[in-house]
Design a protein around this ligand. Structure first.
Ligand code: ATP
Ligand code: MG
Length: 330
Protein backbone atom coordinates (compact mmCIF):
# COMPACT_ATOMS: atom_id res chain seq x y z
CA UNK A 1 0.00 0.00 0.00
CA UNK A 2 0.92 3.63 -0.22
CA UNK A 3 -0.84 6.95 0.05
CA UNK A 4 -1.25 10.10 2.10
CA UNK A 5 -2.38 10.45 5.72
CA UNK A 6 -3.52 13.95 6.59
CA UNK A 7 -3.76 15.46 10.06
CA UNK A 8 -6.07 18.39 10.80
CA UNK A 9 -5.14 19.24 14.39
CA UNK A 10 -7.84 21.91 14.82
CA UNK A 11 -10.84 21.17 12.58
CA UNK A 12 -13.74 23.57 12.51
CA UNK A 13 -17.47 23.57 11.93
CA UNK A 14 -18.26 26.16 9.24
CA UNK A 15 -21.74 27.64 9.70
CA UNK A 16 -23.09 29.98 7.04
CA UNK A 17 -26.22 32.11 7.44
CA UNK A 18 -27.71 33.56 4.25
CA UNK A 19 -29.62 36.78 5.01
CA UNK A 20 -31.25 39.40 2.76
CA UNK A 21 -29.29 42.14 4.48
CA UNK A 22 -27.47 42.35 7.78
CA UNK A 23 -28.51 44.89 10.41
CA UNK A 24 -25.91 44.99 13.23
CA UNK A 25 -27.47 45.20 16.70
CA UNK A 26 -30.88 44.04 15.37
CA UNK A 27 -32.60 40.66 14.99
CA UNK A 28 -31.68 39.22 11.58
CA UNK A 29 -33.60 36.39 9.96
CA UNK A 30 -31.71 33.69 8.09
CA UNK A 31 -33.11 32.54 4.73
CA UNK A 32 -30.86 29.48 4.76
CA UNK A 33 -28.32 27.99 7.18
CA UNK A 34 -25.55 25.65 6.01
CA UNK A 35 -23.21 23.70 8.26
CA UNK A 36 -20.28 21.54 7.30
CA UNK A 37 -17.07 20.17 8.75
CA UNK A 38 -14.01 21.89 7.49
CA UNK A 39 -10.27 21.73 7.89
CA UNK A 40 -7.24 21.99 5.66
CA UNK A 41 -6.04 18.40 6.04
CA UNK A 42 -9.60 17.21 5.44
CA UNK A 43 -9.70 19.25 2.21
CA UNK A 44 -6.45 17.63 1.04
CA UNK A 45 -7.78 14.13 1.80
CA UNK A 46 -11.12 14.75 0.09
CA UNK A 47 -9.43 15.88 -3.09
CA UNK A 48 -7.00 12.95 -3.04
CA UNK A 49 -9.96 10.63 -2.53
CA UNK A 50 -11.78 12.10 -5.54
CA UNK A 51 -8.58 11.43 -7.53
CA UNK A 52 -8.66 7.81 -6.27
CA UNK A 53 -5.44 8.05 -4.28
CA UNK A 54 -5.41 6.12 -0.98
CA UNK A 55 -5.89 8.59 1.88
CA UNK A 56 -7.07 8.88 5.48
CA UNK A 57 -7.88 12.10 7.36
CA UNK A 58 -7.04 12.13 11.08
CA UNK A 59 -8.91 14.70 13.19
CA UNK A 60 -9.61 15.20 16.87
CA UNK A 61 -13.31 15.88 17.46
CA UNK A 62 -15.01 16.83 20.72
CA UNK A 63 -17.02 13.92 22.15
CA UNK A 64 -20.20 16.00 22.06
CA UNK A 65 -19.80 16.71 18.37
CA UNK A 66 -19.33 13.28 16.84
CA UNK A 67 -22.82 13.44 15.29
CA UNK A 68 -21.49 16.11 12.93
CA UNK A 69 -19.42 13.51 11.14
CA UNK A 70 -22.48 11.82 9.72
CA UNK A 71 -23.11 14.95 7.68
CA UNK A 72 -19.62 15.11 6.22
CA UNK A 73 -18.88 14.00 2.65
CA UNK A 74 -16.81 10.78 2.30
CA UNK A 75 -17.07 9.81 6.03
CA UNK A 76 -15.15 6.57 5.39
CA UNK A 77 -11.86 8.45 4.89
CA UNK A 78 -12.13 10.06 8.37
CA UNK A 79 -10.14 8.72 11.31
CA UNK A 80 -11.54 10.42 14.40
CA UNK A 81 -9.96 10.73 17.83
CA UNK A 82 -12.66 11.75 20.33
CA UNK A 83 -11.29 14.35 22.76
CA UNK A 84 -12.64 16.49 25.57
CA UNK A 85 -14.52 19.66 24.74
CA UNK A 86 -16.32 20.83 21.65
CA UNK A 87 -15.28 21.67 18.11
CA UNK A 88 -14.78 25.37 17.29
CA UNK A 89 -17.28 27.13 15.04
CA UNK A 90 -16.59 29.67 12.30
CA UNK A 91 -19.68 31.68 11.42
CA UNK A 92 -20.20 33.52 8.14
CA UNK A 93 -23.16 35.82 7.52
CA UNK A 94 -23.62 36.26 3.79
CA UNK A 95 -25.91 38.99 2.48
CA UNK A 96 -27.60 39.23 -0.90
CA UNK A 97 -24.90 40.63 -3.14
CA UNK A 98 -22.19 38.60 -1.39
CA UNK A 99 -21.02 40.92 1.43
CA UNK A 100 -19.79 38.57 4.17
CA UNK A 101 -19.30 39.10 7.92
CA UNK A 102 -17.15 36.46 9.64
CA UNK A 103 -16.97 35.53 13.32
CA UNK A 104 -14.21 32.96 13.83
CA UNK A 105 -13.49 31.00 17.00
CA UNK A 106 -9.92 30.24 18.04
CA UNK A 107 -8.71 26.66 18.12
CA UNK A 108 -9.69 25.00 21.41
CA UNK A 109 -6.73 23.95 23.62
CA UNK A 110 -6.12 20.23 24.02
CA UNK A 111 -4.59 18.29 26.94
CA UNK A 112 -1.29 16.41 26.60
CA UNK A 113 -3.19 13.14 27.03
CA UNK A 114 -5.56 13.95 24.18
CA UNK A 115 -2.72 15.21 21.94
CA UNK A 116 -0.75 11.99 22.55
CA UNK A 117 -3.81 10.00 21.46
CA UNK A 118 -4.00 12.02 18.25
CA UNK A 119 -0.29 11.37 17.62
CA UNK A 120 -0.69 7.62 18.23
CA UNK A 121 -3.67 7.38 15.87
CA UNK A 122 -1.77 9.28 13.18
CA UNK A 123 1.29 7.02 13.42
CA UNK A 124 -0.97 3.96 13.38
CA UNK A 125 -2.58 5.16 10.14
CA UNK A 126 0.83 5.79 8.56
CA UNK A 127 1.89 2.24 9.45
CA UNK A 128 -1.40 0.63 8.38
CA UNK A 129 -1.28 2.26 4.94
CA UNK A 130 2.51 2.13 4.66
CA UNK A 131 1.92 5.75 3.65
CA UNK A 132 4.34 7.89 1.65
CA UNK A 133 3.34 11.15 3.30
CA UNK A 134 1.94 12.68 6.43
CA UNK A 135 0.38 16.03 5.55
CA UNK A 136 -0.21 18.22 8.64
CA UNK A 137 -2.39 21.13 7.57
CA UNK A 138 -3.98 24.13 9.23
CA UNK A 139 -3.91 25.84 12.60
CA UNK A 140 -2.09 24.14 15.49
CA UNK A 141 -4.04 24.22 18.77
CA UNK A 142 -2.58 25.10 22.14
CA UNK A 143 -1.73 22.43 24.68
CA UNK A 144 -3.72 23.33 27.83
CA UNK A 145 -1.08 21.70 30.09
CA UNK A 146 1.90 23.63 28.71
CA UNK A 147 0.19 26.83 27.50
CA UNK A 148 2.13 26.57 24.28
CA UNK A 149 1.33 25.07 20.88
CA UNK A 150 1.03 21.28 20.77
CA UNK A 151 4.46 19.79 20.04
CA UNK A 152 4.57 18.17 16.59
CA UNK A 153 8.23 17.13 16.72
CA UNK A 154 7.60 13.75 18.41
CA UNK A 155 4.95 12.94 15.80
CA UNK A 156 7.19 13.92 12.89
CA UNK A 157 10.06 11.81 14.26
CA UNK A 158 7.86 8.74 14.50
CA UNK A 159 6.38 9.29 11.04
CA UNK A 160 9.85 9.50 9.50
CA UNK A 161 10.99 6.42 11.41
CA UNK A 162 8.01 4.64 9.83
CA UNK A 163 9.44 5.54 6.40
CA UNK A 164 7.08 8.37 5.40
CA UNK A 165 7.84 11.96 4.46
CA UNK A 166 6.35 14.95 6.32
CA UNK A 167 4.52 17.82 4.57
CA UNK A 168 3.53 20.88 6.59
CA UNK A 169 1.08 23.64 5.72
CA UNK A 170 0.57 26.10 8.54
CA UNK A 171 1.58 29.64 9.44
CA UNK A 172 2.87 31.80 12.27
CA UNK A 173 4.92 30.56 15.23
CA UNK A 174 4.47 26.78 14.60
CA UNK A 175 5.70 27.21 11.01
CA UNK A 176 8.68 29.32 12.14
CA UNK A 177 9.69 26.68 14.67
CA UNK A 178 9.20 23.58 12.54
CA UNK A 179 10.74 24.86 9.32
CA UNK A 180 14.27 24.52 10.74
CA UNK A 181 13.56 21.38 12.82
CA UNK A 182 15.07 19.08 10.19
CA UNK A 183 11.87 16.99 10.47
CA UNK A 184 9.86 18.52 7.63
CA UNK A 185 10.36 17.31 4.04
CA UNK A 186 7.95 19.68 2.33
CA UNK A 187 6.32 22.97 3.22
CA UNK A 188 3.68 24.82 1.23
CA UNK A 189 3.84 28.49 2.10
CA UNK A 190 1.90 31.02 0.05
CA UNK A 191 3.72 34.23 -0.88
CA UNK A 192 2.89 36.02 2.39
CA UNK A 193 3.85 33.02 4.53
CA UNK A 194 7.16 32.72 2.67
CA UNK A 195 7.86 36.46 3.05
CA UNK A 196 7.23 36.21 6.79
CA UNK A 197 9.46 33.13 7.08
CA UNK A 198 12.45 34.94 5.56
CA UNK A 199 11.54 38.33 7.05
CA UNK A 200 11.39 40.37 3.83
CA UNK A 201 8.83 41.20 1.16
CA UNK A 202 9.01 39.38 -2.18
CA UNK A 203 8.36 41.21 -5.45
CA UNK A 204 9.56 38.82 -8.18
CA UNK A 205 9.74 35.11 -9.00
CA UNK A 206 13.51 35.40 -8.50
CA UNK A 207 13.07 36.72 -4.96
CA UNK A 208 10.57 33.96 -4.14
CA UNK A 209 13.03 31.41 -5.51
CA UNK A 210 15.84 32.77 -3.36
CA UNK A 211 13.61 32.68 -0.28
CA UNK A 212 12.64 29.07 -1.05
CA UNK A 213 16.32 28.14 -1.31
CA UNK A 214 16.90 29.54 2.18
CA UNK A 215 14.33 27.04 3.44
CA UNK A 216 16.21 24.23 1.64
CA UNK A 217 19.35 25.32 3.49
CA UNK A 218 17.38 25.15 6.75
CA UNK A 219 16.64 21.45 6.06
CA UNK A 220 13.45 21.43 3.97
CA UNK A 221 13.67 19.08 0.98
CA UNK A 222 10.94 20.76 -1.11
CA UNK A 223 9.56 24.28 -0.83
CA UNK A 224 6.25 24.24 -2.70
CA UNK A 225 5.53 27.96 -2.86
CA UNK A 226 2.06 28.90 -4.05
CA UNK A 227 1.80 32.34 -5.60
CA UNK A 228 -1.95 32.75 -6.26
CA UNK A 229 -2.54 33.91 -9.84
CA UNK A 230 1.25 33.73 -10.44
CA UNK A 231 1.14 29.93 -10.16
CA UNK A 232 3.60 28.04 -7.98
CA UNK A 233 7.26 27.13 -7.57
CA UNK A 234 8.68 23.77 -6.50
CA UNK A 235 12.17 24.37 -5.12
CA UNK A 236 14.78 21.87 -3.98
CA UNK A 237 18.44 22.53 -3.20
CA UNK A 238 19.47 21.60 -6.76
CA UNK A 239 16.34 22.11 -8.87
CA UNK A 240 13.47 24.56 -9.32
CA UNK A 241 10.35 24.49 -11.49
CA UNK A 242 7.60 27.04 -12.06
CA UNK A 243 4.06 26.14 -13.08
CA UNK A 244 0.69 27.80 -13.65
CA UNK A 245 -2.74 27.08 -15.11
CA UNK A 246 -5.46 29.45 -16.22
CA UNK A 247 -8.47 29.26 -13.89
CA UNK A 248 -11.71 28.57 -15.82
CA UNK A 249 -13.31 31.34 -13.70
CA UNK A 250 -12.59 33.07 -10.40
CA UNK A 251 -15.25 32.23 -7.79
CA UNK A 252 -13.70 31.41 -4.38
CA UNK A 253 -9.96 31.18 -3.69
CA UNK A 254 -10.35 29.59 -0.21
CA UNK A 255 -8.82 26.12 -0.25
CA UNK A 256 -6.82 26.63 -3.45
CA UNK A 257 -3.66 25.94 -1.46
CA UNK A 258 -5.12 22.66 -0.19
CA UNK A 259 -5.97 21.54 -3.74
CA UNK A 260 -2.42 22.47 -4.80
CA UNK A 261 -0.88 20.43 -2.01
CA UNK A 262 -3.19 17.47 -2.80
CA UNK A 263 -2.06 17.59 -6.44
CA UNK A 264 1.61 17.62 -5.51
CA UNK A 265 1.38 14.84 -2.91
CA UNK A 266 -0.92 12.68 -5.04
CA UNK A 267 1.73 12.74 -7.73
CA UNK A 268 4.54 11.99 -5.28
CA UNK A 269 3.20 8.64 -4.16
CA UNK A 270 5.83 6.01 -4.79
CA UNK A 271 5.55 3.68 -7.70
CA UNK A 272 7.76 0.60 -8.12
CA UNK A 273 9.17 1.22 -4.64
CA UNK A 274 10.91 4.39 -5.83
CA UNK A 275 11.04 7.42 -3.53
CA UNK A 276 12.30 9.79 -6.23
CA UNK A 277 10.26 12.97 -6.58
CA UNK A 278 9.32 14.06 -10.08
CA UNK A 279 9.07 17.81 -9.44
CA UNK A 280 7.73 18.74 -12.87
CA UNK A 281 5.00 16.14 -12.91
CA UNK A 282 3.93 16.84 -9.34
CA UNK A 283 3.91 20.62 -9.83
CA UNK A 284 1.89 20.33 -13.05
CA UNK A 285 -0.90 18.53 -11.20
CA UNK A 286 -0.59 20.92 -8.25
CA UNK A 287 -1.22 24.10 -10.29
CA UNK A 288 -3.91 22.42 -12.36
CA UNK A 289 -5.92 21.43 -9.28
CA UNK A 290 -5.25 24.84 -7.64
CA UNK A 291 -6.68 26.64 -10.67
CA UNK A 292 -9.70 24.30 -10.66
CA UNK A 293 -10.29 25.02 -6.96
CA UNK A 294 -10.57 28.80 -7.43
CA UNK A 295 -13.30 28.24 -10.03
CA UNK A 296 -15.55 26.38 -7.54
CA UNK A 297 -17.89 27.94 -4.94
CA UNK A 298 -16.75 25.81 -1.96
CA UNK A 299 -13.59 23.96 -0.91
CA UNK A 300 -15.19 20.64 -1.91
CA UNK A 301 -13.86 19.37 -5.25
CA UNK A 302 -16.20 16.69 -6.58
CA UNK A 303 -14.48 15.88 -9.89
CA UNK A 304 -11.14 16.61 -11.52
CA UNK A 305 -12.18 16.15 -15.17
CA UNK A 306 -12.39 19.92 -15.71
CA UNK A 307 -8.99 20.74 -14.20
CA UNK A 308 -7.23 23.09 -16.66
CA UNK A 309 -4.08 22.13 -18.57
CA UNK A 310 -0.97 23.34 -16.71
CA UNK A 311 2.17 24.98 -18.06
CA UNK A 312 5.48 24.04 -16.43
CA UNK A 313 8.71 25.88 -17.22
CA UNK A 314 12.00 27.12 -15.82
CA UNK A 315 11.33 30.00 -13.39
CA UNK A 316 11.69 33.48 -14.90
CA UNK A 317 13.49 35.38 -12.11
CA UNK A 318 12.59 38.81 -13.56
CA UNK A 319 8.86 38.20 -13.58
CA UNK A 320 7.11 40.63 -11.21
CA UNK A 321 4.49 39.11 -8.89
CA UNK A 322 0.95 40.36 -9.51
CA UNK A 323 0.29 40.78 -5.79
CA UNK A 324 2.63 42.43 -3.29
CA UNK A 325 3.46 40.43 -0.14
CA UNK A 326 2.70 41.68 3.39
CA UNK A 327 4.87 41.20 6.45
CA UNK A 328 2.76 40.69 9.57
CA UNK A 329 5.63 40.63 12.05
CA UNK A 330 8.86 42.52 12.50
N1 ATP B 1 -6.37 33.59 -9.74
C1 ATP B 1 -5.84 32.37 -9.94
N2 ATP B 1 -5.73 31.88 -11.20
C2 ATP B 1 -5.20 30.66 -11.42
N3 ATP B 1 -4.73 29.85 -10.45
C3 ATP B 1 -4.81 30.30 -9.19
C4 ATP B 1 -5.36 31.57 -8.85
N4 ATP B 1 -5.31 31.72 -7.51
C5 ATP B 1 -4.75 30.58 -7.04
N5 ATP B 1 -4.44 29.73 -8.04
C6 ATP B 1 -3.81 28.41 -7.94
O1 ATP B 1 -3.99 27.91 -6.62
C7 ATP B 1 -2.72 27.81 -5.97
C8 ATP B 1 -2.86 28.15 -4.50
O2 ATP B 1 -3.28 29.49 -4.35
P1 ATP B 1 -2.75 30.43 -3.17
O3 ATP B 1 -1.31 30.70 -3.38
O4 ATP B 1 -3.68 31.58 -3.11
O5 ATP B 1 -2.91 29.45 -1.91
P2 ATP B 1 -3.19 29.72 -0.36
O6 ATP B 1 -3.06 31.18 -0.05
O7 ATP B 1 -2.36 28.78 0.41
O8 ATP B 1 -4.73 29.27 -0.26
P3 ATP B 1 -5.54 28.63 1.00
O9 ATP B 1 -4.65 28.68 2.20
O10 ATP B 1 -6.78 29.48 1.12
O11 ATP B 1 -5.91 27.25 0.60
C9 ATP B 1 -1.76 28.69 -6.75
O12 ATP B 1 -0.44 28.23 -6.65
C10 ATP B 1 -2.31 28.53 -8.17
O13 ATP B 1 -1.84 27.32 -8.75
MG1 MG C 1 -2.64 28.31 2.49
Amino acid sequence: MSGVVTLTPAPVLDRTYLVASMAPGKVNRAIEVHEYMSGKGLNVSRTLHVARHPTAAVMPIGRDDEHLLFRTPFPHILRIMPIQGRIRVNTAIVEDGGRTTNVNQSAIPMSTTDWNRVVDLTVEQIQDMDADWLCASGTHPFNSDTDDYVDMTGLFERVREAGARVALDTSGVPLDRLVTSGLVNLIKPNADELANLVGRNLATIGEALEAGRELNHGGVEVALVSLGADGALAITSDDAVWGAAVAPQLVNTTGAGDATLAGFLGNSIREDGSHELDLERALATAVSWGALAVSLPTTLITGLEDAPVPTVAAPDPERVLLEATHLTKK
